[in-house]
Design a protein around this ligand. Structure first.
Ligand code: GLA
Length: 378
């Protein structure tokens, strides 16, 4: 009789176990300290069964670590970052951060909306860059996490008040990071305003797929037949130029180091690549914008977006002063590169560029995804 009861219990246990669906993704939360002005910051780790792990802090919505499988069976952390919160607070390189309200430059920090001129913080010479001195990269976001449809989801919310850094309108922003079970990091941006404003949100992760001292051996393909030449202050001239026959042609995959030292006034102005490529729009909506690969690590990252453009920045302002995480070293010149999906820089002052205005009643909604796979090297 006893034996029968034990058997029945084991059977019942097996039945209930088989009803528990297998978890493919996981979320952990811990404290990441407090900011200089005493705000609590949390750190979330989203992971999946394949080993991919994304670490995000609520300060700036910063991706501090991004571990992806490499060709030798280990994991590579493929983004640049710091160890401490105070380094992120001090930093001016926008490592891993969410950027807003306006990613990239606005000439002279000024623009007009319905005849009213607005003056923004000038934090890049005369220009306004990446939302100002206290942009979305330097604020603490409200966070909540959940597991939805096999995705580990982190929702970040921030209210940017009317006239913050000079921008009109109370802007409610939501950014949702999601890690899928098949090594894709999805980023979705949403925003609404109570007064007409301008907006260009992006993500400023610096990638280095191998951890080598610079990214010059990384191969890049950009699905972009044209780019925006810039003036001496890195403001687009207004021309949309064909990449054909120039160092800016990444329509076929090539090493970043191949043409970066070519004599070219645009490369001189950018100190390398620091330009906005206009994406091929033949197939609007979420589409492949860029493929980055590094042969030694065997890692390939593909970027999908519904945005009209991508800023490819080859880390030209990294000057050996930023402390490297988990190391005593410093980040060198070109030790990371950014692929910032976005609208064109300075659009509020260029009527020929696609509009970046947002009016009350409208919902700003965009998507970008980073998909990691292993290269077939043999
Ligand atoms: C961007 C800009 C660069 C530089 C970096 C941050 O991507 O285009 O010129 O300001 O951010 O250092």
């Amino acid at each position: 009789m006893k034996r029968l009861i034990v058997l029945l219990l084991v059977f019942a246990g097996l039945c209930s176990c088989s009803q528990v669906t297998k978890k493919n993704v996981f979320i952990e939360k811990e404290s990441f300290g407090t900011t200089a002005d005493e705000k609590k910051v949390d750190r979330y780790t989203l992971s999946n069964l394949l080993g991919m792990k994304v670490v995000i802090i609520t300060y700036g919505g910063i991706i501090t670590h991004l571990y992806v499988p490499n060709a030798t069976g280990g994991l590579n952390d493929v983004v640049l970052g710091y160890d401490s919160l105070s380094d992120y607070e001090k930093g001016s390189s926008y490592f891993g951060a969410l950027i807003g309200r306006y990613g990239n430059r606005i000439a002279n920090g000024k623009f007009k909306l319905d005849g009213v001129e607005y003056t923004l913080v000038q934090n890049n010479g005369k220009n306004h860059l990446h939302g100002g001195t206290k942009g979305f990269d330097k604020v603490v976001w409200d966070a909540s996490s959940s597991i939805e449809n096999d995705k580990a989801v982190l929702k970040l919310n921030y209210l940017s008040k009317d006239m913050e850094e000079g921008y009109p309108g109370n802007l409610k922003v939501e950014v949702v990071y999601a890690l899928t079970k098949d090594n894709k990091l999805e980023v979705e941006y949403k925003a609404t305003t109570d007064k007409k404003t301008v907006l260009n949100l992006t993500q400023h992760a610096y990638f280095n797929l191998s951890g080598a001292k610079d990214i010059l051996n990384h191969e890049l393909m950009l699905n972009a037949p044209s780019y925006l030449p810039v003036d001496e202050n890195l403001i687009p001239t207004g021309e949309i130029a064909s990449v054909a026959g120039t160092a800016f042609d990444f329509t076929s995959s090539k090493a970043i180091g191949r043409d970066v030292l070519k004599e070219d006034i645009q490369l001189e102005r950018g100190l390398g690549y620091d330009h906005c490529w206009v994406l091929d729009d033949s197939n609007k909506g979420l589409r492949s914008a860029a493929i980055l690969k590094e042969i030694n690590s065997g890692i390939q990252m593909e970027v999908f977006t519904d945005q009209p453009a991508i800023q490819f920045y080859s880390g030209n302002f990294l000057d050996g002063t930023n402390p490297m995480k988990q190391s005593d070293s410093l980040y060198n010149y070109r030790s990371g590169l950014c692929l910032e999906t976005q609208h064109f820089p300075n659009s509020p002052n260029e009527s020929s560029f696609p509009s970046t205005e947002l009016s009350p009643g409208e919902v700003y909604s965009t998507k970008t995804q980073f998909k990691f796979i292993l290269l077939n090297r043999f």
